[in-house]
Design a protein around this ligand. Structure first.
Ligand code: TMP
Length: 235
């Protein structure tokens, strides 16, 4: 397979004879601190791939267009080829992580409404938080950023309902979008898995997400397996 892009935990390949499709391979690899900490947990790639596939399928049912087409094997998916918008869109329902480190908001506070934040997708610059003016001078129109924000809020509503059924609080998550190569349509892209979400057992701060690795507090494979098994009961 012809490699197009090598990310920290995923590799993207061309699909022979299908210029508008890619294969995304999810590796048994986890990183934190901008790649400074690395581990290779067995089975993690297939768990993130399967969870992402289930969530993308669920979102498609709710009329959110995504890049996902099909899974092939247990750790690869075929997706529409997109030009990724190099902006990470974060939605926060409950305070944790960055917002707790960078402001005086206390961990666990539920926000009166979901916060939508934009970060530059650039590891060398440490993914800085972007303001509306910064987005504007970088050439991102309010038409695009408003569209990404409204889609992110719709995804939030759908995922809150879904994880409620699993007795899990959706604390926050990160989305990436891309423009479909041929039509230019904006599609949800990348992955949606416990690597890119914070998931707490309802009423507690028991984690089922990558914070277990970031904070060295437990086995992510066991946690991700739990999420996949629960999701399979409800989707
Ligand atoms: P943060 O609290 O570290 O800003 O992260 C908010 C959410 O976004 C959390 O669920 C983790 C996710 N995220 C990623 O998936 N990739 C990233 O590079 C960052 C910064 C956050």
């Amino acid at each position: 397979m012809n490699k197009i892009l090598e990310g920290k935990v995923k590799t993207v390949y061309d699909v022979d004879g299908e210029a508008d499709k890619v294969i995304i391979e999810f590796h048994d690899k986890v990183t934190a601190g901008n790649g400074r900490r690395v581990d290779f947990p067995l089975g993690k790639g297939s768990l993130c791939c399967s969870i992402s596939a289930l969530i993308f399928k669920q979102l498609a049912k709710e009329h959110i267009p995504t890049h996902y087409i099909n899974m092939i094997g247990d750790n690869k998916m075929i997706c529409e080829k997109v030009n990724i918008v190099p902006i990470e869109v974060v939605v926060r329902n409950v305070a944790a992580g960055g917002i707790v480190r960078e402001t005086c908001v206390k961990e666990g506070i539920r926000f009166p409404y979901p916060l939508v934040e934009f970060y530059l997708k650039d590891d060398e610059k440490n993914d800085p938080l972007l303001t509306p003016d910064r987005l504007n001078v970088m050439g991102y129109t309010p038409i695009l950023t408003d569209l990404m924000a409204s889609k992110a809020l719709k995804v939030n509503d759908i995922l809150i309902d879904l994880f409620n059924k699993l007795d899990i609080t959706l604390v926050d998550f990160k989305l990436e979008f891309g423009h479909e190569k041929t039509s230019g349509h904006l599609l949800l892209a990348d992955e949606i898995s416990p690597d890119s979400m914070r998931l707490w057992k309802k009423g507690t701060r028991e984690r089922f997400d990558k914070d277990l690795f970031r904070k060295d507090e437990g086995d992510i494979v066991e946690a991700y397996k739990y999420i996949l098994q629960k999701l399979l009961q409800f989707v």
